[in-house]
Design a protein around this ligand. Structure first.
Ligand SMILES: NC(=O)c1ccc[n+]([C@@H]2O[C@H](COP(=O)([O-])OP(=O)(O)OC[C@H]3O[C@@H](n4cnc5c(N)ncnc54)[C@H](O)[C@@H]3O)[C@@H](O)[C@H]2O)c1
Length: 438
């Protein structure tokens, strides 16, 4: 199959590289010339484990190429995937579909006489229909079919997720789209990955319902963690105890500072807007969003409380800024709420993140970015573990304590066993496991 991938961000680049690994011939297109230049030179513009090797191998084999020229990229393509951003629209929280529609227009103009446009971007229900309308308007003579193929990969394990997904969802309205997607995903169906064919609207709703459900689980366990703290229970034990129930499952039951990232915050908001437009009350999703917003702010209060009720004039050392480990993505990271709240309360903030500091520096003015963990904690009045990068999992606690002016350690990811660390650091505060020491 000959595939064009429009947009080479986290989803487009990973999907394009993985399709080429399947043996398809893939051209990745992006309008950002600097990104394409770097890709052509063998550099990967984002941090995603394993991606550099995958791209290099397939580029060398001649199956993966890069261009800024969309018309050249879609030449002869059997399928053109749209993987451009769909951020929250400023002001109202609807998904901003302007990039998707602009891409659809350009694709329809340049597409061969017969091809399938596949929406991989996360888009509200009805978008495939609108893309089809655009294609008919721009290129009435062409046999262009439109499909919806939402992506479920997670940053940080994106290649594994793409290569071994729990399922692939394909929303189609005709045989041309069905046959093309079947052929593209054949390497996965041979491995018995379930390939689910649905109506396009169903596929579009599946993506939002999946993300909303996972967000619900996170907000749920965060609220249970608050209760555990008050009643002297251990949320880790509770999560294990409920997660072993197969109807519930163990995943996404880790309490923390609230969900962030490029998907859950914007997708829950967009889903609420779709519901509102259709006069349906999604009260559980609305509560989830509210709990999560409040959670991020409450984490700053928790740090302030651990510092004795005030951080004015104090220095806080933050470990981890990205919304989760193994990515450099800072979109909607909890740090973007917590750090400014600490600064507003008078704190000076120092930070270290293995991959996120470049992106974070532009978003968190006034934060001193440090070269390593111990530099971030040097002379600080408190350490805050905000993102559970592997290299924060085995800190030298003696050294941490030595570096800190006052031994306060706020672990927002419950990385350390309470018994192990509360002795080493006089004031150790974690989530949902015990009342705050102090
Ligand atoms: N990031 C994730 O983990 C993830 C997971 C699943 C689904 N998604 C969804 O996938 C979509 C893409 O997300 P992302 O994180 O990869 O976005 P991104 O912002 O990292 O990348 C989008 C890319 O598209 C390019 N682009 C925009 N318009 C273009 C055009 N007309 N022609 C060529 N290139 C164009 C941009 O320059 C950018 O490089 C979104 O809808 C997102 O919700 C993301």
């Amino acid at each position: 199959m000959r595939i064009a991938m429009i947009g080479t961000g986290y989803v487009g680049l990973v999907s394009g590289a993985c399709f080429s690994e399947f043996g398809h011939s893939v051209t990745c297109v992006d309008l950002n010339a600097a990104v394409i230049e770097r890709l052509k030179a063998g550099e990967i513009p984002i941090f995603e484990p394993g991606l550099e090797d995958l791209v290099a191998r397939n580029a060398r084999a001649g199956r993966l190429t890069f261009t800024t020229d969309l018309a050249e990229g879609v030449k002869g393509a059997d399928a053109v995937f749209i993987a451009v951003g769909t951020p929250s629209r400023r002001g109202d929280g609807h998904a901003d579909l302007s990039y998707v529609y602009a891409a659809a227009r350009q694709i329809a103009e340049a597409a061969p006489d017969s091809c399938v446009i596949v929406n991989k971007s996360t888009v509200p229900v009805g978008t495939a229909e609108e893309v089809e309308r655009i294609a008919r308007e721009v290129a009435p003579g062409k046999a262009i079919s439109v499909a919806s193929n939402p992506e479920f990969l997670r940053e940080g394990s994106a290649i594994e997720d793409f290569m071994r997904p729990d399922r692939v969802v394909c929303g189609v309205a005709d045989d041309q789209a069905r046959d093309t997607l079947k052929a593209i995903y054949r390497p996965l169906s041979l491995r018995e990955v379930p390939i689910l064919f649905t109506e396009r609207a169903t596929a579009e709703v599946i993506k939002y319902a999946a993300n909303a459900f996972l967000a619900v689980k996170i907000s749920f366990i965060n609220e249970i963690a608050d209760l555990c703290e008050k009643v002297g229970a251990d949320v880790q034990g509770v999560a294990k105890g409920i997660g072993l129930d197969k109807r519930i499952g163990p995943k996404f039951l880790h309490p923390g500072p609230g969900y962030g990232g490029s998907c859950f915050p914007k997708d829950t908001l967009a889903l609420l807007k779709t519901a509102e437009d259709n006069a349906v009350a999604l009260q559980i999703v609305a509560a989830t969003v509210k709990v999560n917003d409040e959670r991020k702010r409450a984490m700053a209060d928790r740090i302030i409380a651990a510092c004795g009720g005030s951080v004015a004039g104090k220095t806080i050392g933050i470990l981890g800024l990205t919304f989760k480990p193994n990515t450099d993505d800072m979109r909607d990271a909890p740090s973007l709420v917590i750090v400014p709240a600490l600064q507003a309360a008078g704190a000076k903030v120092k930070a270290f993140d293995p991959e996120g500091m470049k992106a974070a520096a532009a978003l968190l003015p006034g934060v001193e970015m440090c070269g390593d963990v111990y530099a971030a904690l040097d002379g600080a009045d408190a350490a805050v573990l905000l993102t559970e990068w592997n290299e924060f999992r085995a800190l030298d606690l003696g050294r941490v304590r030595q570096k800190l002016r006052v031994p306060v350690f706020v672990d927002l990811r419950n990385v350390y066993p309470v018994e192990e660390i509360s002795g080493a650091l006089i004031n150790y505060s974690s989530i949902g496991r015990r009342k705050m020491d102090s």
